[in-house]
Design a protein around this ligand. Structure first.
Ligand SMILES: NC(=O)c1ccc[n+]([C@@H]2O[C@H](COP(=O)([O-])OP(=O)(O)OC[C@H]3O[C@@H](n4cnc5c(N)ncnc54)[C@H](OP(=O)(O)O)[C@@H]3O)[C@@H](O)[C@H]2O)c1
Length: 341
């Protein structure tokens, strides 16, 4: 399978590292082989070769901060735009791992559409493209007879979407509810340990969990984007922020945390989605509730079904390797099911 990556940061490199480390294992166990034929970045250059780049050399060049350090080879093209790679690279699958633009989802939506019209499958970790473009991209995928897969966009590689869409197929799902933002869960856990909101946030930033501008995490928008993606995956609905109630954790005080603890409860930022809509809010849950015991940057999702009751999945929700695995699981699904959608 030939793949092209739009974005080669933490997640893109995580996938490349997995493909390098597990090449023999993936070949032996699944007959799966992947060649990276193109990568695009915003400021570190781009590389494209129809028969494949050297993954170890690519990672070394990316690690040095400049893809120009990748050695010349016959047939290598440098400097192609992301759109040229989406349209013209030799890839079977376009992987969109550029930053999530929660405002309008671009340029990822147009890049994915170009990939479909040029006969490629699309795999994304990019939440913005799905938040604003799910219906559009799903239609483009159907028209092209190609896969649109996005396991890595919610809970990284922890198989939240695949659990709902595949393992629980045959059940009627009535609700999904969970902790889908690790940064805020880490901050809440630190606040329970006695830190103020500001100190807990600074701690999360120091550890690289929270961005310099933490708004999308702490005000609930990242969790809301994931709720929208869950709505699309589990219920085939395209919800929009404008129709959702979204509240984050920035207003919670140490007094709120202590009051909950005194009542045998714990604050969690909960994203909730049903066929009727989606929302995000901090909630007080009894400490006996399965989601209450989820501490630190861990994510968890409870899917409520008719035949099985509640099914709760707990796991990592971020990280290069963890999210790279989410992408790999989509590539393996494309490999398993062949070209047919
Ligand atoms: N990190 C996680 O744990 C995680 C988990 C789940 C989902 N995600 C999603 O995965 C995606 C990638 O995350 P990340 O952590 O890998 O981000 P990152 O480390 O910031 O890397 C982003 C990459 O995209 C490139 N890029 C930016 N704008 C571009 C453009 N217009 N065209 C082509 N390339 C562009 C950047 O280039 P430069 O290097 O030149 O800036 C960089 O190589 C995001 O959408 C994120 O929301 C991440």
């Amino acid at each position: 399978m030939k793949i092209a990556l739009i974005g080669f940061g933490v997640v893109g490199q995580g996938l490349a590292q997995i493909l390098l480390d597990k090449a023999d294992d993936l070949q032996a166990r699944y007959g799966f082989e992947a060649q990276i034929v193109a990568v695009a970045t915003r400021s570190r250059g781009s590389l494209m070769h129809p028969s494949g780049l050297d993954t170890a050399a690519l990672l070394a060049a990316a690690g040095s901060g400049d893809l120009a350090k990748y050695s010349d080879q016959p047939g290598l093209a440098r400097g192609a735009s992301a759109m040229t790679i989406a349209r013209e690279s030799a890839a079977d699958v376009l992987i969109e791992v550029s930053p999530s633009n929660l405002t309008d989802g671009q340029p990822a939506i147009e890049l994915c559409e170009a990939a479909f019209t040029s006969g490629k499958h699309v795999v994304l970790a990019n939440k913005g493209a799905l938040l604003h473009g799910y219906a559009r991209l799903n239609a483009a995928a159907r028209a092209a007879g190609k896969h649109l897969l996005f396991e890595a966009s919610v809970m990284a590689g922890t198989p939240s979407l695949r659990l709902g869409m595949q393992a629980l197929a045959g059940c009627t799902i009535t609700q999904a509810r969970g902790i889908v933002n690790g940064t805020t869960n880490y901050i809440l856990t630190q606040m329970e340990g006695g830190l103020s909101y500001a100190d807990a946030l600074a701690d999360a930033q120091r550890l690289g969990y929270a961005e310099t501008d933490p708004t999308a995490d702490v005000e609930g928008w990242d969790a809301a984007a994931k709720a929208v993606i869950l709505g699309a995956a589990l219920f085939g609905k395209q919800f929009a922020f404008a129709d959702m109630s979204v509240r984050g954790i920035s207003q919670l005080t140490p007094a709120d945390i202590s009051a909950a603890a005194a009542a045998g409860e714990r604050w969690k930022l909960i994203a909730e989605v049903t066929p009727a809509g989606a929302s995000v809010a901090p909630m007080r849950l009894p400490i006996t509730h399965p989601l209450s015991g989820v501490a630190g940057a861990t994510n968890a999702l409870t899917i409520t079904t008719d035949l099985l009751g509640d099914v709760t999945l707990i796991g990592k929700g971020a990280g290069g390797i963890q999210t790279g695995f989410g992408l790999l699981s989509d590539l393996l699904e494309i490999h398993r099911t062949g070209q047919a959608r």
